[in-house]
Write a protein that binds this ligand. Structure first.
Ligand code: ACO
Length: 312
């Protein structure tokens, strides 16, 4: 059974309500039907018309949104307008407990989906920031965890500090464990240097992030800084990072910034022929983004992953 099938099985154990704000987009409508027919989740399709038909709820969400954001300058008029927008209405459904999670992005850009999620749902207690993990399933099963590689952060944080990078590493290990069923995440913090082979401020950042992550999660198998080949190829890991608990057998890969992460996952997908999808981590309630080029199956997988995250 591949990762997506395993995630769907988990989702079926406790059916969650997942709101789809792009409810008149054809791929989303088709995915919602599959999700419902296969008992993966209870989909809630939103359109401007469905929202207009429930004025009392919209007004309740507008009032709550105003309270939430008035200190940031949101007026009552602006809150009323936003509450009529399916993306904001959907976020408020999740915030107010009327839905368990949200999936969007077949039409909206990543930023258009992320901003309301960050502003309304916010980070989970104890989490420093929201980031993402890309779950990459490679045809070569000798790589990572039986072909499964977790890449982070490829979606959210353009230029993380060392401390932020450390938190991304720990959150990604948790996603590997809880969503992918990887019992022992082995986390490599990636760089163009392995264990001091090069000197540069960019390398220092990754080294510092590794130290911070170690101090925050001493029991986690985690190491850096290291190059991608040292992280994934046993022979290279053994020669460049002898004695490392991670080198040559990493299954979670932390990229130093968003440019590296985003380029890296697309290379793995397009040249390495990996199938992949992303989840956000660190939000108080699960909301996930789609690529605008997504297929119906991609939406179904992301809804299933969101439903599993909602159980935790
Ligand atoms: N974690 C938690 N909160 C955050 C984070 C974060 N990583 N980033 C921003 N926030 C919060 C801010 O504190 C702020 O909260 P507040 O309004 O309550 O004070 C709110 O989010 C908005 O922050 P801004 O700084 O005003 O928002 P910004 O314009 O920087 O947008 C965003 C944030 C959308 C995440 C931005 O960093 C971004 O565009 N990231 C890249 C997205 C992208 O294009 N990814 C690549 C494509 S995706 C793909 O290829 C699959």
């Amino acid at each position: 059974m591949n990762l997506v099938e395993k995630i769907k099985e988990k989702a079926r154990e406790s059916v969650k309500r997942i709101v789809l704000p792009e409810g008149d987009e054809p791929r989303t409508v088709a995915a919602a039907k599959i999700v419902k027919d296969d008992w993966i989740a209870e989909p809630i399709l939103l359109t401007p018309e469905t929202i207009a038909a429930d004025a009392p709820r919209r007004e309740r969400y507008a009032a709550a949104l105003y309270e939430l954001r008035k200190a940031k300058g949101l007026t009552e008029e602006a809150a009323a307008k936003l509450a009529a927008d399916p993306m904001y209405y959907g976020m408020m459904m999740v915030k107010m407990g009327d839905a368990d999670g949200l999936v969007s992005g077949a039409v909206h850009s990543t930023g258009d989906m992320l901003r309301p999620a960050l502003q309304i749902i916010k980070t989970a207690p104890g989490m420093k920031l929201v980031s993402s993990s890309f779950l990459m399933e490679c045809p070569d099963r000798s790589l990572g965890e039986d072909g499964l590689l977790v890449y982070a952060d490829c979606v959210v944080n353009p230029c993380p500090t060392a401390e932020e990078l450390a938190h991304i590493a720990i959150a990604s290990a948790e996603t590997a464990r809880t969503l992918c069923g990887i019992a022992e995440p082995r986390v490599a913090l990636l760089s163009f240097s392995t264990k001091g082979s090069a000197s540069h401020a960019l390398v220092d950042k990754v080294r510092e992030a590794t130290e911070i992550a170690h101090s925050l999660a001493p029991d986690l198998a985690l190491d850096g800084e290291m190059q991608f080949d040292a992280a994934i190829v046993p022979e290279v890991g053994a020669s460049k990072a002898k004695g490392s608990p991670v080198a040559g057998r990493a299954n979670v890969f932390i990229f130093p910034d968003l440019q590296a992460g985003n380029i890296g996952y697309k290379i793995t997908q397009r040249i390495g022929k990996a199938s992949c999808f992303a989840v956000l981590q660190g939000l108080a309630k699960p909301c996930n983004d789609l690529s605008r080029g997504c297929s119906v199956d991609d939406i179904v997988s992301t809804v299933a992953a969101t439903a599993v995250q909602a159980r935790q």
